[in-house]
Design a protein around this ligand. Structure first.
Ligand code: NAD
Ligand code: 0WE
Length: 258
């Protein structure tokens, strides 16, 4: 079967476990014929090896903490050596110190703000800079990140992550403008709430899911697999004219007023 990503080489950042949205994207991209490089945070190393072994072809696995420029450089050096180029990047890394997601927003600390914006927004700039020289000789590429409606609307406790997602979505537009002349497209998928590791232990998460089921036009939440299928569109040739875009994959929740 011909796949939409046949012959493409893609880097996926942000797989922690089988519930990760980035893992759903990895599975869908592999199915469409892509050869993948997955990076992981050290604490997930063991688990990742088992997961990665379920994909064909088996992805290259590399450690990468996005707070560390040396690790990011090493990832692109290894990709250049092994594959000679890169066609797409999926960025699914986000983090804010836990205390920041349960306090009043006004109590956000300088350090919590710095960490959240560094990991969740600046890292896209660093990855795009590393990807550019590997994408240019291939005639371009596609960079995709994952956002949330908390970028533009206030959700209780999302706090500094909302500020980080606003920065991320703006970063998408500035990167799109800077890399467009090289035919490198930069977009985001804004996903509805999904019960992943990043949602575990967040007070009131079930309430958020319940509100979506009640109010969203589709009257249900979205699955990670649905986010993945929409991501394939932005990664592949069907979206060749789209850049600087934030695509809402949220059962239509963003469209309703109440
Ligand atoms: P997840 O916990 O599976 O993924 C988050 C990833 O961020 C993990 O793989 C973790 O290793 C990575 N990460 C954190 N700090 C890092 C660092 N310093 N270096 C490298 N990687 C780091 O949860 P998820 O829900 O799949 O989240 C993926 C993306 O989707 C995030 O950007 C999240 O904000 C976004 N998102 C999630 C939801 C949701 O409800 N789950 C909704 C919309 C958007
Ligand atoms: O982007 C996210 C989650 C991001 C996230 C989650 C955690 C939990 C563990 C970032 N940092 C941390 N730090 C931790 O220590 N989502 C869109 C999911 C999410 O998280 C929320 C939400 C939703 C939705 C937090 C509060 C309120 C709503």
């Amino acid at each position: 079967m011909a796949g939409s990503l046949d012959g493409k080489v893609g880097l996926i950042v942000g797989v922690a476990n089988k519930r990760s949205i980035a893992w759903a994207i990895a599975q869908a991209a592999a199915r469409e014929g892509a050869t993948l490089i997955l990076t992981y945070q050290d604490r997930f190393a063991e688990h990742l090896q088992d997961l990665a072994a379920t994909l064909t072809p088996a992805p290259q696995l590399l450690p990468c903490d996005v707070q560390d420029d040396a690790q990011i450089d090493a990832v692109f050096a290894a990709i250049g050596a092994a594959h000679g180029g890169l066609d797409f990047v999926v960025h699914g890394a986000a983090f804010a110190p836990r205390e920041e997601l349960s306090t009043g927003f006004t109590n956000t600390t300088r350090e919590g703000f710095r960490v959240a914006l560094d990991i969740s927004a600046y890292s896209l700039v660093a990855l795009a800079r590393g990807a550019r020289p590997l994408m240019e000789p291939r005639g371009g590429g596609s960079i995709l990140t994952l956002s949330y409606l908390g970028a533009t609307r206030v959700f209780p406790n999302y706090n500094v992550m909302g500020v980080a997602k606003a920065a991320l979505e703006s970063t998408v537009r500035y990167l799109a403008a800077d890399l467009g002349p090289q035919n490198i497209r930069v977009n985001a998928v804004s996903a509805g709430p999904i019960k992943t590791l990043a949602a575990a232990g967040i007070g009131g998460f079930s309430t958020i899911l319940g509100v979506v089921r009640e109010k969203a036009p589709l009257r249900r939440t979205v699955e990670a697999s649905e986010v993945a299928e929409s991501s394939l569109f932005l990664l592949g040739p069907a979206s060749s004219g789209i850049t600087g875009e934030v695509l809402m994959v949220d059962s239509g929740y963003h469209a309703v007023g109440m």
